[in-house]
Design a protein around this ligand. Structure first.
Ligand SMILES: C[S@@+](CC[C@H](N)C(=O)[O-])C[C@H]1O[C@@H](n2cnc3c(N)ncnc32)[C@H](O)[C@@H]1O
Length: 272
């Protein structure tokens, strides 16, 4: 197994919390819909992988009520409440190695977590062992190759492309596939999953919107790492950050591939 690769490790605490909150405000509505689509409700036992600042952990907790349970796992639990709801357990751990039992969850969800794990295919295999027969998994992972500047000055367009190229190179240098979202369907189709559903959403975001601001903040936090790739300069990063705040601009910053599916049940009712 390779080392822990989370690129935002070591970034400043408040800045990272602000970035996670922006991410939640941009993506929670569609995640809520996706979890409702698979039927999360009273009495379900759920696992939230890479819980971040905890909004989806909290959503699951409300949905499953007092007869259900939620386990939220993250290598960094700083941003999760110290006293979570009574149906929720927070586990500080790495999803690749943490012991969470077997065949116990009705739903496992993760958003922007498999991207950070080079060996995500083996993590998906592990997650299958955690699901009850018939249990659902829902993963939402990015494809940074979808990045495209739509409206902006010529300078901004060039800087946007160079920063996007730096993001790709930075991830590749740590063994991470910046198109990870695109690879999840194939990884899952080799496993015992039925009702596999895939969609790929590439929102056009206006400067100043949560997605644009979150990407601008990421560029601020990872500035030196972007520059180290030699694909962009400090000036490109500055232009990109200004672009991301300017309501006169539009861009696709990345797309999100959402994959959901259900662990097969053998005809005798046991897990194959
Ligand atoms: C980009 S954030 C996404 C947070 C949250 N899922 C969301 O979408 O709001 C990725 C989260 O995954 C966690 N993480 C990264 N690698 C991990 C691993 N191997 N095991 C568990 N958590 C991990 C990070 O600490 C971080 O909280």
């Amino acid at each position: 197994m390779t080392d822990h690769h989370y690129v935002f490790d070591g970034t400043k605490e408040q800045a990272e919390l602000d970035r996670l909150r922006l991410l939640e405000s941009a993506f929670d509505p569609q995640t809520r819909q996706r979890l409702e689509n698979v039927g999360v409700s009273d009495g379900w036992h759920c696992l939230e992988v890479g819980a971040g600042a905890g909004s989806i952990m909290n959503l699951m907790s409300e949905k499953v009520g007092s007869t259900g349970t939620v386990v939220a796992v993250d290598t960094d639990t700083r941003f999760l409440p110290s006293s979570a709801s009574s149906n929720t357990v927070i586990v500080k751990g790495d999803i690749r190695t943490v012991d969470l039992g077997r065949s116990r969850f009705d739903l496992v969800h993760g958003r922007y977590i498999l991207l950070h794990i080079p060996e995500f295919a083996s993590v998906l295999e592990k997650i299958l062992l955690l699901l009850k027969p018939g249990g659902w998994l829902v993963f939402e992972e990015p494809d940074f190759s979808a990045a495209r500047c739509l409206v902006g000055s010529e300078d901004a367009l060039l800087a946007f492309d160079r920063v996007s190229s730096a993001i790709e190179t930075m991830y590749k240098a740590t063994g991470i596939d910046h198109t990870a979202g695109l690879k999840i369907p194939k990884a899952l189709s080799a496993l015992r999953i039925k009702n596999l559903f895939v969609d790929n959403v590439a929102p056009s975001s206006r400067g100043g919107s949560p997605i644009a601001r979150m990407m601008g903040m990421s560029a601020g936090q990872l500035r030196e790492r972007y520059i180290q790739t030699k694909k962009c300069t400090g000036k490109d990063v500055d232009i990109y950050r200004t672009f991301a705040e300017d309501p006169g601009t539009w861009a696709i910053y990345y797309s999100t591939v959402c994959v959901s599916g259900q662990l097969e049940i053998e005809t005798d009712g046991t897990q194959s």
